[in-house]
Design a binder for this molecule. Structure first.
Ligand SMILES: Cc1ncc(COP(=O)(O)O)c(C=O)c1O
Length: 439
């Protein structure tokens, strides 16, 4: 197999995601990947790229991780998959128990699907149905934050506020109401991130005061709205939102599909606010970046509203690969690595090194809002060039790094095994790519 051969065949047979395919023919060539090892991806000629975005935020412990590979090999010889309606198996039970324990037992029931968007759909449906089972049939609406992203199926788009993904499908969508984002970049002169959080929470309060009777749930991406340009905010917002949801009888859904599994420093981002959600959506990193897996965790209270003799009061939602044994086993191997390698502790030092490597950028006249939380670092680039993102992406590839800016926001979200010399490599690649993209 050669790079050229694979590219030609891919262009004619594969419809690639999130892309205008025509651009792949000239402006934005596909990158052929022959294999991966650790943080590196290699093409067929041995050219390498450091995976600075963990392959769309999923890979936690590197490509072809020997420990996850071994667990999967063993699972392959035991049970690859079985229908989860009416059957059960060891990996799904163990994973549910361990995830529930990680929430301190607060979220004791795990419902499974494959992708993040399906988890969003499930949380929305469960919230609505739970209120309905309680006789609160007026609670049919959802609330999301300005700039929110919760996936791209039709239901998930309803609570997604990113025009480029949503506008074409507007006639199909029953949109949720949006409330102001607590994005710390919104600070007025003299304001802190906490002030912005309080201002946004006050707007949430005004909305809930008026509309709570018809609202089933508020859905948030805790601490970082990743897809809308890595907007970071203070945990104060989550504390206030939790209290308001309690006061106005509205469920709080924490979508930790991107920010869960240690990304922000704690295993779950919501922990930093000292709160607990009613629903928690997980996906991406939970399987170590190996297999599609998503999970919605919820409380005994919500579970109890479905528990009944009447079938119709049950949650009759399913996907064929619900609770796939291989995916669950990959997740268990991922959790094992967190424990064995004290990953959250090690990531404190790792994120400090990342900060140090990128710190010189703060002096760059076109770099604004250099920000970081845990293993996510981002900055905005002041430029009027509409092609900045594409130019930066290509320049980063030329400097052996896979980094995909979102608009004018450049971010790094590397796997948790990134070594000192690889962090230095990322720092240099960003610096060079920025200079080249702004030339
Ligand atoms: C916060 C959040 N929710 C949901 C999703 C959707 O996940 P998936 O792409 O697996 O459907 C994403 C994907 O980036 C996300 O960041």
């Amino acid at each position: 197999m050669s790079n050229t051969d694979l590219l030609q065949r891919s262009l004619s047979a594969v419809w690639h995601p999130c892309t205008q395919m025509k651009q792949h023919e000239n402006d934005l060539p596909l990158i052929p990947i022959a294999r991966g090892q650790g943080v590196w991806l290699y093409d067929f000629d041995g050219k390498r790229y450091l995976d600075g975005i963990s392959s769309w935020w999923v890979n936690l412990f590197g490509h072809c991780n020997p420990r996850i590979n071994a667990a999967l090999r063993e699972q392959l010889e035991t049970l690859e998959h079985v229908i989860l309606a009416g059957c059960t198996h060891q990996p799904v039970v163990e994973l549910s128990e361990r995830l529930s324990a990680l929430t301190g037992g607060a979220l004791g029931h795990c419902f499974y699907a494959s992708d993040g968007a399906s988890a969003t759909e499930i949380a929305l449906k469960m919230s609505f149905h739970s209120w309905r089972n309680r006789g609160r049939t007026a609670k049919q609406d959802f609330l999301c934050l300005e700039g929110s992203y919760h996936g791209e199926t039709v239901g998930a788009l309803a609570v997604t506020d990113v025009a480029i993904f949503k506008d074409a499908y507007a006639p199909l969508i029953r949109p949720a109401a949006t409330v102001p984002t607590p994005d710390a970049r919104r600070a007025e002169p003299g304001e802190t991130a906490i002030d912005v959080a309080r201002r946004a929470a006050a707007a949430l309060e005004r909305h809930l005061e008026m509309h709570h009777a018809s609202i089933a749930a508020l859905i948030v991406e805790p601490l970082i709205q990743c897809a809308s340009v890595m907007a970071m905010y203070d945990p104060e917002y989550l504390r206030l939102a939790r209290a308001l949801c309690d006061r106005y009888e509205v469920h709080l859904i924490c979508d930790e599909i991107a920010v869960g599994c240690g990304r922000t420093g704690t295993f779950f981002a919501y922990e930093q606010a000292g709160i607990r959600p009613d629903f928690l959506c997980l996906s991406k990193g939970i399987s170590g970046g190996y297999l599609p897996l998503s999970i919605v965790l919820t409380t005994d209270a919500v579970y109890g509203t479905f528990y009944d003799d009447a079938t119709a009061r049950g949650f009759l939602h399913s996907h064929s690969y619900t609770g796939n044994a291989l995916a669950c086993r990959a997740a268990l191997a991922t959790l094992d690595i967190f424990d064995a390698d004290r990953v959250l502790e090690q990531n404190i030092t790792r994120s400090q090194k990342l900060a140090a490597a990128l710190a010189p950028l703060a002096a760059h006249p076109q770099v604004k809002h250099l920000r970081q939380r845990g293993m996510i670092l981002a900055f905005d680039v002041e430029t009027a060039d509409p092609k900045f993102s594409r130019r930066f992406y290509r320049a980063a590839l030329a400097n052996e790094a896979l980094i995909r800016p979102i608009g004018n926001t450049v971010y790094l979200m590397p796997p948790y095994i990134v070594e000192d010399d690889e962090i230095a490599h990322l720092g240099q690649a960003v610096e060079k790519a920025l200079a080249e993209a702004l030339e």
